[in-house]
Design a binder for this molecule. Sequence first.
Ligand code: PSU
Ligand code: MN
Length: 300
Amino acid sequence: MLTITDEVRDALASGQPVVALESTIISHGMPYPQNVEMARTVEGIVRDGGAVPATIAVLHGRPTIGLSADDLELLASDDSVIKVSIRDLPYVVSRGLHGATTVASTMRLAALAGIGVFVTGGLGGVHRGAETSYDVSADLTELSTTSVAVVCAGVKSILDIGLTLEKLETLGVPVLGYGTDEFPSFFSRSSGFGAPMRVDTAGEVAALMQAKWDLGLAGGVVVANPIPAEAEIPADEIGAIIEQALGDMDRLGIRGKDATPYLLGRIVEITDGESLKANIALVEHNARLGAAIAREYAAR
Ligand code: PSU
Ligand code: MN
């Protein structure tokens, strides 16, 4: 049921490094046209890093691995594109719709295609107030079963970071601080929470991936790569802005799958675009690391 470009198929068949990229970040995570510029740039960074980029989405109901420039433009600008997590996949596929895939559904489609490394910006997780809303991203359950390493900049404090880390522990998901003892919080290098484990090289990540899967421990690995210092928004500065965005969301009664896109957009508005710059910088930074990990993993 997958459409895979010849380039990606050939790379996988010959054991060359491939890096999966998600599309919700394009369609529902950033405004146009910065989103499509980001998508193109990130693919270029993966290529420069010696790996083949495979951006993943559902187009005309077909799960598609590897996208053209026109596909990226459509995902970035067409309002009919649906945010597709795991539970939404059958709907968009059976109806022939366009879908932008989240971390969860991108992981699943990457795994079906045979791709083991995936680069994104931030993971979904346990939302603040989840004790009453039950809002826990399917990204976490997917990480418990699908064997793909996910390079991210941690999770931002629109979520409950502590509960997200607890849930990942329960689900048996290794969470690696890359070159850091502290778990990063997306816009900021710090979060107040320790990284459960630390690694310092792409080779160490690849070795851990292999050890996990050789042990028969199916499921993902989270590689938490802090935003570069020159691009970060300090935690105390972004904290108040996130509180404001959460308050606005509550007043508007927004919840469920619309929560994360609303909050991301609102934070861009409140910061007058500063958060968008940071977001783009951290995704680019993750793309460099993801390519290096894919190369190390392919060489094992
Ligand atoms: N965090 C970000 N940017 C994003 C997302 C999360 O900083 O674009 C997206 C990812 O696609 C993630 C999804 O998988 O939001 C989580 O949505 P939900 O909480 O509805 O599962
Ligand atoms: Mn949710």
